[in-house]
Write a protein that binds this ligand. Sequence first.
Ligand code: PHE
Length: 345
Amino acid sequence: MAQDVFDDVKDMMDSIKMETVSDADALEAFRIKYLGTKNIIKPLFGQIRNVPNEKKKEFGQLLNELKGVAEGKYTELKNDLGGSNKKKNFDDLDLTAPPKSLRVGSRHPVSLVMNRMIEIFGRIGFEVAEDREIEDDWHNFTAMNTPEDHPARDMQDTFYLLNSTSQLLRTHTSSVQARTMTKMQPPIRIIAPGRVYRNETISARSHCQFHQVEGLYVDENVSFADMKQTLLYFAKELYGSKTEIRLRPSYFPFTEPSAEMDVFMGTADEKSKRLTKGTGWLEVLGCGMIDPAVLDNCGIDSNKYSGYAFGIGIERSAMQKYDISDIRLLFENDVRFLEQFKSAI
Ligand code: PHE
């Protein structure tokens, strides 16, 4: 007999745990059945007297547990019902409302111009080569015919790594020339886009970091005329088919002869006037025939091979292309600025 009442209580506990309700009426029925004034748990307390004395305490605890389970289940069912009611309530959902617009990202103007240059040179067989920004002295300077104490080192103010005289932030992508030529033999036809660093005062026109696209072509019988033709093709692709260029003699330790290439912008509008300081000519890149000493430094036979190289500044082209008057805007990452460059060039 005593065991029977224990089992009755346990059975009831199990069935309470299995209860489900589908609406408020069913929930109320559950409350009346197990927790109301005439609930079916109450009479079980009357059974205590039929339980042997030594089991009375245990039975009392079981009944209290049953009450607790019923109360817990009621709260659970009530919450579930509230939640699903909310889900089913579509009253405040306006299906005709316009959707929230997605914020689509855009490419950085420097990347846009860089990608365009990669594409232009890619079409005539130049492959992309990339290498490290933390460079050693040899690849950045010495191999490029700029040994220590060479006055040309002053042309590019260098950031050295802390406590180091040989590890530096590359001052130009020309270091990739050395990296490439020490690894492979001609024919070599690569462009190396990337970031470079110089210890320069930051202003509207110059920054301590900027980007270049380096070009390198080494093979038998490469001439200055080949270089000029390639650069003219590049200028026409980037600036338009009527573009004129001029090559001015210049000096770089790693090229001989060296030149700087200007593109004619004209002086018709204010923008071109400002950008070209009134001359109409915009300086775009440095170039030249690779100095034989550089080829030899990198393990390429300068008696057999010749080549040309060029280094294009990307920021200046981007500023010209998008009419950006301050180079610092390119490095601040202000979304209001960046959002303006949604379209590819
Ligand atoms: N490295 C040079 C610079 O940063 C540019 C250059 C590259 C010139 C290749 C000639 C040949 O100014």
